[in-house]
Design a protein. Structure first.
Length: 281
C-alpha cells in the first residue's frame, strides 16, 4: 500500500517517506491558505507531521486534512510531538478555559486513525485525544546519558514528574532519583519554595529531566538549591524546548539537551537531538 508523508513544517522531517509538496500562506485578512502540489494515489495512506505553536498552525493542519481527503488520500497518522496547550490540563481558577480539551476536540474532528504525541505533559492528553499513541522520552534520555559519559543522578523537578521519572529510571537500569518540589501561585504563576529532598549530593553530577522548558524559572530555581546540597555538574534535559526567554538565565547548567519537537534552535549551551534519529520508537 502506498504511504506518503506531508510535513507541514518543512524544517521538521521526523520520518523517512515520500514527501508531498504544498504551498501555504496567509491572506491579508489573516486567513491561512493551503494547496497540495503533489498528486495522491486514491486510498494512499498519508502521514502528516506538524509542529503546532499557534491556532494558525492548527488551522493549516485542518486545511491540509481537508485537501488530502478531497484528493482521495486516507488520513492514517498525525505525528504531533508537542501537543499544544498540554500544560493547561485542568481549570485552576474560575473563568479559565480547559485549553488542552479545546485543541483535542478540534484535532479529533479530523479523524486520523492514529495520533502520535511525544512525551505528553500528562495523561490528560491521551485521555482526550482519540486514537492517541504516547511515545516516552526514554530513548532521548538514554542518548543524553551516553553523551554525558558519566554516572549521573536523575532529578525530578516536582511531584507531578515522579511517576514518569521512576519509569525512566527503571528503563535505564535503576539510576538513582533525587526528588524535588516547588510552590506555584495559581493566580500569578510565580514560583517559590524550591526544595531538594537530599541532605548531601556529595559532588554527584545531576540531570534534571522534564517535558517542557518555557521560560526556565523552575530549572534555574532548582539549580540553585542543588548547588546548596553539594551537587557536581548540572545538566538539563527537556523533550520540548521552547526557551521563550533565551539562555542567559540558564547558564547555571553545564549543558542543556532537547529535541526538535517544538522548533529548531542553535545555541552554544545546547545539544539538540532529532526525533528522526530513533527517538519516536
Amino acid at each position: 500500500m502506498n504511504v506518503v508523508t506531508l510535513n507541514l513544517d518543512k524544517d521538521f522531517t521526523p520520518i523517512a517517506a515520500t514527501e508531498l509538496q504544498f504551498d501555504s500562506f496567509v491572506f491579508a485578512g489573516g486567513e491561512p491558505h493551503f494547496k497540495l502540489n503533489s498528486d495522491i494515489e486514491r486510498n494512499a495512506q498519508v502521514i502528516v507531521t506538524a509542529r503546532i505553536r499557534s491556532f494558525n498552525d492548527l488551522g493549516v493542519l485542518c486545511l491540509a486534512a481537508d485537501a488530502i481527503r478531497r484528493m482521495g488520500g486516507i488520513l492514517e497518522t498525525l505525528i504531533l510531538p508537542y501537543f499544544p496547550a498540554s500544560r493547561q490540563d485542568r481549570v485552576m481558577v474560575s473563568g479559565e478555559a480547559l485549553s488542552v480539551k479545546v485543541y483535542a476536540d478540534l484535532i479529533n474532528l479530523l479523524n486520523f486513525k492514529r495520533v502520535v504525541v511525544y512525551d505528553a505533559h500528562s495523561e490528560v492528553t491521551a485521555a482526550l485525544v482519540n486514537n492517541c499513541e504516547l511515545i516516552s522520552n526514554h530513548s532521548f534520555i538514554k542518548k543524553v546519558i551516553q553523551n554525558l559519559g558519566s554516572e549521573t543522578l536523575l532529578v525530578s523537578p516536582d511531584g507531578g514528574a515522579l511517576k514518569k521519572i521512576y519509569k525512566l529510571s527503571q528503563f535505564l537500569g535503576g539510576l538513582p532519583v533525587i526528588e524535588c518540589n516547588k510552590k506555584r501561585d495559581v493566580k500569578t504563576g510565580k514560583l517559590s519554595g524550591f526544595k531538594v529532598y537530599s541532605d548531601d549530593l556529595k559532588g554527584a553530577d545531576c540531570l534534571i529531566v522534564d517535558d517542557i522548558c518555557d521560560g526556565g524559572a523552575t530549572f534555574v530555581g532548582l539549580a540553585a538549591e542543588l548547588k546548596k546540597k553539594n551537587s557536581g555538574r548540572l545538566f538539563l534535559a527537556v523533550s520540548h524546548g521552547i526557551f521563550s526567554k533565551g539562555f542567559e538565565d540558564l547558564n547555571c547548567f553545564d549543558r542543556i539537551f532537547t529535541t526538535d519537537s517544538f522548533r529548531n534552535v542553535n545555541h552554544e549551551l545546547l545539544t539538540q537531538l532529532y526525533l528522526r534519529d530513533g527517538l519516536l520508537s
